[in-house]
Write a protein that binds this ligand. Structure first.
Ligand code: CP
Length: 327
């Protein structure tokens, strides 16, 4: 029988069936338990993966590097500025060569209208699984860790009002890949998802159509609003986070008039007071403290951001073990 997971690319969770995602969540939970009880998990003994980064990272890089070591393998960190890619070597040639040296290739490339194409080009030519460490469109490792965290904290995923809310930030013009991934993924698990943003921060039309289709097929719902307070009202989970206006404005400029007109889109104690009393605050991190969120919220009792970040380790290990392993 053909192995179900070995060699499968992990570029978007849209390519993974619901039962396959459930398996990844179960394996993540098992690996979390094994980590906490110091059990051996040498499922990838003598195996190597290459981690290519076009951008900065704390969680993604370290969850993959530490995770692969804990699985008995080795991760090669590659700053793409020091690779021949920076002299124009193609994704195809890079993928063919790295495939011959190891067992997995992972890449972060968030450049708008470039990143997903580059990672997909590598996947088309690699003979090992290619893992997306975040591109301009998707952040599947983040989506999986978010799903695991919601399931752990709430004990279920269906019939939850989960609000993905744009927030003001000035640190850099962030990709849309985190809210896009959540918008497509969460309705598949029965959540009632509200996507809230000011005018100018729309998701591409195909994302809205696909999110609604995913909701209809799986008993969830997906609505879009420009009303911030409506998104907070009676929410079970809020995910206020900045993203850039990439779908309507491809400029790299971080600060512009549209951004500045929306400084009030901040997660405050007053906004949290509109939610259900047991509502949780989530954020993929890094957070732009003071702009996206008040310290008293992100450091407060409703925040589950550190559990969410910790679960990046266990989900990274599950994806590597399942796609680079033997079964
Ligand atoms: N959430 C996330 O991807 O964090 P890093 O950018 O630090 O990897």
């Amino acid at each position: 029988m053909k192995p179900k997971f070995k060699g499968k690319h992990f570029i978007t969770l849209e390519d993974w069936k619901k039962d396959e995602i459930e398996t990844l969540l179960d394996v993540s939970q098992d690996l979390k338990q094994a980590f906490l009880t110091n059990k051996d998990t040498n499922f990838l003994k003598n195996k190597s993966a290459f981690l290519m980064f076009f951008e900065q990272s704390t969680r993604t890089r370290n969850s993959m590097e530490a995770g692969l070591a804990q699985l008995g393998g080795h991760a090669n960190f590659l700053d793409t500025a020091t690779m021949q890619i920076s002299h124009g070597e193609t994704g195809k040639d890079t993928a063919v060569i790295l495939s011959s040296y190891g067992h997995g290739i992972a890449c972060r490339n968030c450049f708008w209208e470039v990143g997903n194409k580059f990672i997909s080009e590598m996947a088309a030519h690699a003979s090992v699984p290619v893992m997306n460490l975040q591109c301009d469109l998707y952040h599947p490792f983040q989506g999986l860790a978010d799903l695991m965290t919601i399931r752990e904290v709430k004990g279920k995923t269906d019939n939850l009002k989960v609000s993905i809310i744009w927030a003001y930030a000035t640190s850099h013009k962030k990709p849309i890949s985190v809210p896009l991934t959540q918008s497509l993924l969460f309705p598949r698990f029965g959540m009632d998802v509200v996507l809230a943003h000011p005018k100018g921060y729309e998701m591409p039309d195909w994302v809205i159509e696909k999110a609604k289709k995913n909701a209809k097929e799986n008993g969830g719902s997906f609505t879009v609003t420009n009303d911030m307070e409506a998104a907070y009202k009676d929410a079970d989970i809020v995910i206020p986070k900045n993203w850039g206006s990439w779908a309507s404005n491809t400029s790299d400029d971080v600060i512009d008039a549209v951004l500045e007109a929306n400084r009030h889109w901040k997660c405050t104690e007053a906004m949290m007071a509109l939610t259900n009393p047991d509502c949780n605050y989530m954020h993929a991190l890094p957070a732009d403290r003071g702009n996206e969120v008040e310290d008293s919220v992100i450091d407060g009792p409703q925040s589950i951001v550190y559990q969410e970040a910790e679960n990046r380790l266990h989900t990274a290990k599950a994806v590597m073990a399942m796609t680079m392993g033997n079964k």
